[in-house]
Design a binder for this molecule. Sequence first.
Ligand SMILES: *Cc1c(COP(=O)(O)O)cnc(C)c1O
Length: 220
Amino acid sequence: MDIKENLIDIKNSLPPEVCLVAVTKTKPVEDIMLAFDTGHRIFGENKVQEMVGKWEVLPKDIEWHMIGHLQRNKVKYLAGFVSLIHGVDSLRLLKEINKQALKNGRVIDCLLQIHIAEEDSKFGLNENELQEIITSTAFKGLKNVRINGLMGMATFTDDNEQIRKEFRLLKTIFDDIKILMPSISVLSMGMSSDYKIAIEEGSTMIRIGSSIFGTRNNNV
Ligand SMILES: *Cc1c(COP(=O)(O)O)cnc(C)c1O
Protein backbone atom coordinates (compact mmCIF):
# COMPACT_ATOMS: atom_id res chain seq x y z
CA MET A 1 0.00 0.00 0.00
CA ASP A 2 1.45 3.33 -1.00
CA ILE A 3 -0.60 5.70 1.12
CA LYS A 4 0.71 8.90 -0.46
CA GLU A 5 0.15 7.66 -3.98
CA ASN A 6 -3.36 6.37 -3.21
CA LEU A 7 -4.34 9.65 -1.63
CA ILE A 8 -2.95 11.80 -4.42
CA ASP A 9 -4.54 9.62 -7.12
CA ILE A 10 -7.97 9.82 -5.50
CA LYS A 11 -7.70 13.56 -4.90
CA ASN A 12 -6.67 14.20 -8.51
CA SER A 13 -9.70 12.26 -9.72
CA LEU A 14 -12.22 14.33 -7.74
CA PRO A 15 -14.28 17.23 -9.06
CA PRO A 16 -13.11 20.44 -7.34
CA GLU A 17 -16.29 20.85 -5.28
CA VAL A 18 -15.86 17.47 -3.57
CA CYS A 19 -14.06 17.44 -0.22
CA LEU A 20 -12.15 14.33 0.83
CA VAL A 21 -12.14 13.12 4.42
CA ALA A 22 -9.31 10.61 4.88
CA VAL A 23 -10.65 8.01 7.31
CA THR A 24 -7.88 6.85 9.62
CA LYS A 25 -9.70 4.65 12.16
CA THR A 26 -7.53 1.76 13.44
CA LYS A 27 -4.52 3.18 11.54
CA PRO A 28 -1.36 4.33 13.33
CA VAL A 29 -0.22 7.95 13.51
CA GLU A 30 2.70 7.09 11.19
CA ASP A 31 0.20 6.38 8.42
CA ILE A 32 -1.61 9.62 9.12
CA MET A 33 1.67 11.53 8.89
CA LEU A 34 2.33 10.07 5.43
CA ALA A 35 -1.00 11.52 4.29
CA PHE A 36 -0.30 14.75 6.17
CA ASP A 37 3.01 15.13 4.34
CA THR A 38 1.18 15.32 1.00
CA GLY A 39 -0.58 18.42 2.32
CA HIS A 40 -3.78 16.70 3.34
CA ARG A 41 -5.38 18.08 6.53
CA ILE A 42 -8.87 16.58 6.85
CA PHE A 43 -9.07 13.29 8.73
CA GLY A 44 -11.99 11.24 10.04
CA GLU A 45 -12.32 8.91 13.01
CA ASN A 46 -15.33 6.99 14.31
CA LYS A 47 -14.34 6.55 17.97
CA VAL A 48 -13.96 9.43 20.40
CA GLN A 49 -11.10 7.98 22.41
CA GLU A 50 -9.06 7.12 19.34
CA MET A 51 -9.61 10.56 17.85
CA VAL A 52 -8.62 12.33 21.07
CA GLY A 53 -5.47 10.20 21.33
CA LYS A 54 -4.43 11.06 17.79
CA TRP A 55 -5.34 14.74 18.14
CA GLU A 56 -3.07 14.95 21.19
CA VAL A 57 0.05 13.76 19.37
CA LEU A 58 -0.48 15.01 15.82
CA PRO A 59 -0.05 18.51 14.31
CA LYS A 60 -2.72 20.93 15.45
CA ASP A 61 -3.64 22.16 11.99
CA ILE A 62 -5.39 18.86 11.27
CA GLU A 63 -9.16 19.17 10.94
CA TRP A 64 -10.74 16.24 12.77
CA HIS A 65 -14.11 14.94 11.63
CA MET A 66 -16.14 12.64 13.88
CA ILE A 67 -17.82 10.28 11.44
CA GLY A 68 -19.09 7.58 13.81
CA HIS A 69 -22.04 7.38 16.13
CA LEU A 70 -21.46 9.81 18.99
CA GLN A 71 -22.71 9.17 22.50
CA ARG A 72 -23.83 12.20 24.47
CA ASN A 73 -21.56 11.47 27.43
CA LYS A 74 -18.50 11.62 25.16
CA VAL A 75 -19.15 14.94 23.45
CA LYS A 76 -17.16 16.77 26.12
CA TYR A 77 -13.93 15.03 25.12
CA LEU A 78 -13.93 16.33 21.55
CA ALA A 79 -15.83 19.61 21.89
CA GLY A 80 -12.64 21.63 22.21
CA PHE A 81 -11.17 20.68 18.86
CA VAL A 82 -13.50 18.73 16.55
CA SER A 83 -14.07 20.48 13.25
CA LEU A 84 -17.16 18.64 11.96
CA ILE A 85 -19.48 16.05 13.54
CA HIS A 86 -21.10 13.98 10.78
CA GLY A 87 -23.45 11.65 12.60
CA VAL A 88 -25.89 13.80 14.58
CA ASP A 89 -29.21 12.01 14.73
CA SER A 90 -31.17 13.45 17.64
CA LEU A 91 -32.11 16.75 19.20
CA ARG A 92 -30.80 15.48 22.54
CA LEU A 93 -27.35 14.96 21.05
CA LEU A 94 -27.47 18.35 19.36
CA LYS A 95 -28.33 19.98 22.70
CA GLU A 96 -25.36 18.33 24.36
CA ILE A 97 -23.02 19.41 21.54
CA ASN A 98 -24.39 22.94 21.93
CA LYS A 99 -23.76 22.86 25.67
CA GLN A 100 -20.19 21.64 25.32
CA ALA A 101 -19.49 24.04 22.45
CA LEU A 102 -20.65 26.93 24.63
CA LYS A 103 -18.32 25.78 27.42
CA ASN A 104 -15.46 25.88 24.94
CA GLY A 105 -16.46 29.21 23.49
CA ARG A 106 -17.04 27.67 20.08
CA VAL A 107 -19.67 27.05 17.45
CA ILE A 108 -19.44 23.41 16.37
CA ASP A 109 -20.29 22.44 12.80
CA CYS A 110 -22.54 19.40 12.46
CA LEU A 111 -24.21 17.27 9.82
CA LEU A 112 -27.53 15.55 10.48
CA GLN A 113 -27.40 11.86 9.66
CA ILE A 114 -30.21 10.49 7.52
CA HIS A 115 -31.13 6.82 7.39
CA ILE A 116 -31.16 5.76 3.74
CA ALA A 117 -29.96 2.14 3.89
CA GLU A 118 -32.11 -0.96 4.00
CA GLU A 119 -30.34 -2.35 7.06
CA ASP A 120 -31.88 -1.08 10.28
CA SER A 121 -28.52 -1.36 12.05
CA LYS A 122 -27.46 1.99 10.70
CA PHE A 123 -28.23 5.15 12.63
CA GLY A 124 -30.03 8.14 11.28
CA LEU A 125 -33.19 10.17 10.97
CA ASN A 126 -36.00 9.86 8.47
CA GLU A 127 -37.20 12.96 6.63
CA ASN A 128 -40.06 13.61 9.08
CA GLU A 129 -37.79 13.43 12.09
CA LEU A 130 -35.36 15.74 10.33
CA GLN A 131 -38.10 18.29 9.63
CA GLU A 132 -39.29 18.03 13.22
CA ILE A 133 -35.85 18.84 14.59
CA ILE A 134 -35.07 21.78 12.39
CA THR A 135 -38.46 23.43 12.79
CA SER A 136 -38.54 23.01 16.58
CA THR A 137 -38.20 26.00 18.90
CA ALA A 138 -35.59 24.11 20.92
CA PHE A 139 -33.41 23.82 17.83
CA LYS A 140 -33.70 27.53 17.05
CA GLY A 141 -32.35 28.30 20.50
CA LEU A 142 -29.10 26.39 19.94
CA LYS A 143 -26.61 29.12 19.16
CA ASN A 144 -23.39 27.10 19.46
CA VAL A 145 -24.10 24.48 16.83
CA ARG A 146 -24.29 25.09 13.11
CA ILE A 147 -25.91 22.59 10.74
CA ASN A 148 -23.80 22.51 7.58
CA GLY A 149 -25.63 19.73 5.81
CA LEU A 150 -26.54 16.06 5.79
CA MET A 151 -24.72 12.73 5.94
CA GLY A 152 -25.79 9.22 5.00
CA MET A 153 -24.55 5.70 4.34
CA ALA A 154 -25.89 3.42 1.63
CA THR A 155 -26.66 -0.26 2.14
CA PHE A 156 -23.61 -2.53 2.09
CA THR A 157 -24.36 -4.37 -1.16
CA ASP A 158 -22.95 -5.14 -4.61
CA ASP A 159 -26.13 -3.82 -6.17
CA ASN A 160 -25.04 -0.47 -7.61
CA GLU A 161 -28.56 0.47 -8.60
CA GLN A 162 -29.70 0.06 -5.01
CA ILE A 163 -26.81 2.23 -3.81
CA ARG A 164 -27.58 4.86 -6.43
CA LYS A 165 -31.25 4.91 -5.45
CA GLU A 166 -30.34 5.50 -1.80
CA PHE A 167 -27.89 8.30 -2.58
CA ARG A 168 -30.47 9.86 -4.88
CA LEU A 169 -32.99 9.80 -2.04
CA LEU A 170 -30.52 11.56 0.24
CA LYS A 171 -29.88 14.23 -2.39
CA THR A 172 -33.63 14.79 -2.73
CA ILE A 173 -33.96 15.21 1.04
CA PHE A 174 -30.98 17.57 0.99
CA ASP A 175 -32.60 19.71 -1.71
CA ASP A 176 -35.91 19.78 0.22
CA ILE A 177 -34.22 20.79 3.46
CA LYS A 178 -32.18 23.46 1.73
CA ILE A 179 -35.42 25.34 1.14
CA LEU A 180 -35.89 25.57 4.92
CA MET A 181 -32.18 26.04 5.66
CA PRO A 182 -30.56 27.79 2.70
CA SER A 183 -27.20 27.89 4.48
CA ILE A 184 -26.57 24.13 4.23
CA SER A 185 -23.97 23.18 1.66
CA VAL A 186 -22.44 19.83 2.66
CA LEU A 187 -23.74 16.46 1.51
CA SER A 188 -21.50 13.79 3.04
CA MET A 189 -22.02 10.53 1.19
CA GLY A 190 -19.71 7.93 -0.33
CA MET A 191 -17.00 5.60 1.00
CA SER A 192 -14.26 3.57 -0.72
CA SER A 193 -16.66 1.17 -2.39
CA ASP A 194 -19.31 3.62 -3.53
CA TYR A 195 -17.90 7.15 -3.70
CA LYS A 196 -17.98 7.35 -7.48
CA ILE A 197 -21.71 6.70 -7.49
CA ALA A 198 -22.14 9.15 -4.61
CA ILE A 199 -20.39 11.92 -6.54
CA GLU A 200 -22.55 11.27 -9.60
CA GLU A 201 -25.56 11.67 -7.32
CA GLY A 202 -24.44 14.98 -5.87
CA SER A 203 -22.09 14.26 -2.96
CA THR A 204 -19.88 17.15 -1.86
CA MET A 205 -17.92 15.24 0.79
CA ILE A 206 -16.63 11.68 0.65
CA ARG A 207 -15.19 9.63 3.50
CA ILE A 208 -12.46 7.29 2.28
CA GLY A 209 -10.48 4.87 4.43
CA SER A 210 -9.44 1.55 2.95
CA SER A 211 -8.74 2.84 -0.58
CA ILE A 212 -6.09 5.11 0.91
CA PHE A 213 -4.73 3.27 3.95
CA GLY A 214 -5.49 -0.36 3.08
CA THR A 215 -8.02 -2.74 4.53
CA ARG A 216 -8.59 -2.82 8.27
CA ASN A 217 -8.17 -6.18 9.97
CA ASN A 218 -10.99 -5.73 12.45
CA ASN A 219 -14.35 -5.24 10.92
CA VAL A 220 -15.00 -1.57 11.67
C1 LIG B 1 -15.07 3.50 8.14
C2 LIG B 1 -15.99 4.53 7.61
C3 LIG B 1 -15.81 5.08 6.34
C4 LIG B 1 -14.68 4.67 5.40
O1 LIG B 1 -14.87 3.36 4.98
P1 LIG B 1 -13.94 2.74 3.80
O2 LIG B 1 -14.79 1.68 3.24
O3 LIG B 1 -12.74 2.22 4.48
O4 LIG B 1 -13.65 3.81 2.85
C5 LIG B 1 -16.70 6.06 5.91
N1 LIG B 1 -17.71 6.47 6.69
C6 LIG B 1 -17.93 5.97 7.92
C7 LIG B 1 -19.07 6.48 8.72
C8 LIG B 1 -17.08 4.98 8.42
O5 LIG B 1 -17.31 4.48 9.64
